[in-house]
Design a protein around this ligand. Structure first.
Ligand code: SF4
Length: 312
């Protein structure tokens, strides 16, 4: 498979891109993914059920509880054929052969691709919203740091922003040149973003880099990547963002005129109280950093964590 090196590589349930791979021969095409996100990423589409050799159309399937063991099984709806072993072996093969990915978008409710709340059926009733699809479960187990999202979550601006932030940050880190200096520069550029998600992880990463020359570079890079992903997986809240913005402002304190300092604090406060959107203090502080000659701070990823067009 030929894949681009310059845009994030995103695994995706193939039906979401309009491929006719569903059990009924149809698709679940998502206009925003096809029309907008496609311009910024390299897709790696997969249909786990098609890869099981079942063809399209095929008999539908669902998750069911084995009454004897309590295990979740993947069964065809009418003939009750148990496909659990085949599904797991196929997922293992697909994930072993896949290129390195920066994120994954999964189809909700699918017994193969659903990330959460996939219905489990049992005799005489239905346990609702209970499970993860078998492919999604294998993906999560094999790639615990990979940003995962369902297509429905991307309709919510906050969840979409969180996924895109993680996706593009993962891509920047994966594309980073080898060596400790590149990693230290990366960390400096992401400090404010990290603070806005998890001040604790940010401190841990700083400590990891301190004295990292004494340890094998590959080990440091792997530890950094895992902790970095864990930090960004935590939701960024207004109080954490305010903390990050004040931290950035503090780097300029000696250079700011009193009126500039007061205005910046006023705008940060207005954001904290919900009277201004986040981009108001972000743009103001970015301009102040630029005007007062603080290039390292102005290059912080928090200002442009993903392409602006994707926020609209
Ligand atoms: S949800 Fe997953 S298994 Fe189902 S059609 Fe889409 S890609 Fe295939």
């Amino acid at each position: 498979m030929t894949v681009s090196q310059t845009t994030p590589r995103v695994g995706i349930s193939a039906c979401l891109l309009g491929q006719p791979v569903r059990y009924d021969g149809g698709d679940k095409a998502q206009p925003w993914l096809i029309g907008t996100l496609s311009r910024f990423v390299t897709w790696v589409p997969l249909c786990p059920e098609l890869e099981m050799g079942l063809g399209a159309p095929r008999e539908s399937m669902g998750l069911a509880l084995d009454p004897a063991t309590g295990d979740v099984r993947l069964l065809t709806t009418r003939s009750r054929r148990d496909l659990t072993g085949l599904a797991r072996a196929t997922a293992e093969r697909l994930l072993r052969d896949a290129p390195a990915l920066d994120g994954y978008i999964l189809k909700s409710d699918s017994p193969s691709c659903g990330l959460a709340r996939v219905p489990i059926r049992r005799e005489g009733g239905r346990l609702r919203n209970a499970a993860t699809g078998l492919f999604a479960a294998s993906l999560r187990e094999r790639c615990p740091a990979l940003p995962l999202v369902e297509e429905g979550q991307l309709r919510d601006p906050a969840q979409r922003g969180h996924f895109l932030t993680r996706l593009f940050a993962a891509h920047r880190l994966r594309r980073l040149a080898p060596g400790g200096e590149a990693l230290r520069r990366f960390h400096r550029g992401h400090e404010s973003l990290l603070l806005s998600h998890s001040p604790g992880h940010c401190r841990t990463l700083g400590a990891l880099l301190f004295g990292a020359e004494q340890r094998p570079a590959a080990v440091v890079r792997a530890e950094y990547a895992a902790t970095f992903a864990a930090a960004l997986a935590l939701v960024s809240t207004p109080p954490k963002r305010v903390h990050a913005l004040r931290h950035l402002l503090a780097t300029l304190r000696a250079r700011l005129a009193p009126a500039e300092q007061a205005e910046a604090l006023r705008v940060i406060g207005a954001y904290r109280q919900g009277r201004m959107p986040l981009h108001a203090p972000l743009r103001l502080i970015e301009r102040l950093l630029h005007d007062h000659g603080a290039p390292w701070a102005g290059a912080q990823a928090i200002f442009h964590s993903y392409p602006q067009e994707l926020a609209e």
